[in-house]
Write a protein that binds this ligand. Structure first.
Ligand code: ADE
Ligand code: ZN
Length: 317
């Protein structure tokens, strides 16, 4: 089944062997981040963020990022993904300097064009600021986003530690991105409860929420999300691997879908969570007995909620 993925962190999708290879090339010591089988090792979400940033530290040039784009899209294409929206961070690509950011973006774009020709997968970028780096750095990130908004950079978002600050602390950045024509999404309702989702929708005016699953703890909010057509980028395998829910059957995606919320399915940081888009679909099928009709509906929702232009949407249909 052709799949559309709306929530994937580029660095978080780096295969561990790819990061180990780069570390060896650069003689960088990041040994502690792998377990004895060579997988990423972390204790909890906050440790995951540290390991993520340590792995990312070996990606130091535009060419590293071009290679990463190819490696990541190859894995996605194997799962039948035909369109992927990926979070890109100027924080990691030249330290939020617009000139450097343009060079990284150019290299990533060339790699994405090649992947499209050779593997039939289309990539679009959502520039993301990182909540625990604070509102000041988020402003610089938003300026990078505004400078490079266009046919390939389609959105702006916020990821990182949801426990730090409030969505409204980032309002300037979201307004800046909105004025540049970018579509908006925010991570919320992963580590924060329903109020975090409410704040992101009300204060930032986002049309999609990254995760958003903890909205289930407030059924009035669930109804509101359904009525307003706010789309959730749900990443069940990520939530289970990070311990937010104990298993697939207890994951709220089934209930959210049943209550009319527009849910989509993504992998977040697949090698960290030992998942792929194919695995997410298989597990959902097994846990909720969803038939092809449900998956077709999710595919349609995902395509409608994609931030790309209409021509691209028609082409990948
Ligand atoms: N960055 C990468 N993965 C993330 C997640 N699951 N939540 C918040 N920020 C992230
Ligand atoms: Zn995420």
């Amino acid at each position: 089944m052709p799949k559309v993925e709306l929530h994937l962190h580029l660095e978080g999708a780096a295969p561990p062997a790819f990061i180990r290879g780069l570390a060896q090339e650069k003689k960088a010591d990041i040994g502690g981040i792998f377990d004895e089988r060579g997988n990423y090792r972390y204790k909890d979400f906050w440790d995951f963020l540290k390991v993520y940033e340590a792995a990312t530290s070996v990606l130091t040039t535009p060419d590293d990022y071009a290679r990463l784009v190819l490696a990541v899209l190859e894995e996605s294409a194997k799962s039948g993904v035909v369109y992927s929206e990926t979070f890109l961070s100027p924080d990691f690509c030249g330290g939020r300097d617009v000139g450097a950011w343009r060079e990284y973006l150019h290299a990533m774009r060339e790699a994405a064009d090649r992947a499209e020709r050779e593997m039939g997968i289309t990539l679009r970028g959502i520039i993301t600021c990182i909540r625990h780096f604070g509102p000041e750095k988020a402003r610089e990130t938003a300026l990078c986003a505004a400078e490079t908004a266009g046919d390939w950079i389609v959105g702006f978002g916020i990821a990182g530690d949801e426990k730090v600050g409030k969505p409204k602390d980032y309002l300037w950045s979201f307004d800046c991105a909105r004025e540049a024509g970018l579509r908006l999404t925010a991570h919320a309702g992963e580590w924060g409860g329903p109020e975090s989702v409410r704040d992101a929708v009300r204060d930032l005016g986002v049309e999609r929420i990254g995760h958003g699953v903890r909205a289930i703890e407030d059924l009035a909010l669930v109804d509101e999300l359904a009525e307003r057509g706010i789309v959730l980028e749900v990443c069940p395998g990520s939530n289970i691997a990070l311990g937010i829910y104990p298993d697939w059957r207890k994951h709220p995606i089934g209930e959210l879908h049943r209550r009319g919320v527009k849910v989509t399915v993504s992998t977040d940081d697949p090698p960290f969570f030992h998942t792929t888009m194919a695995r997410e679909y298989d597990r959902l099928n097994a846990a909720f007995d969803w038939d092809e009709g449900v998956f077709d509906g999710i595919a349609r929702t995902s395509l409608d909620a994609a931030f790309c232009d209409g021509d691209t949407r028609e082409r990948i249909k």
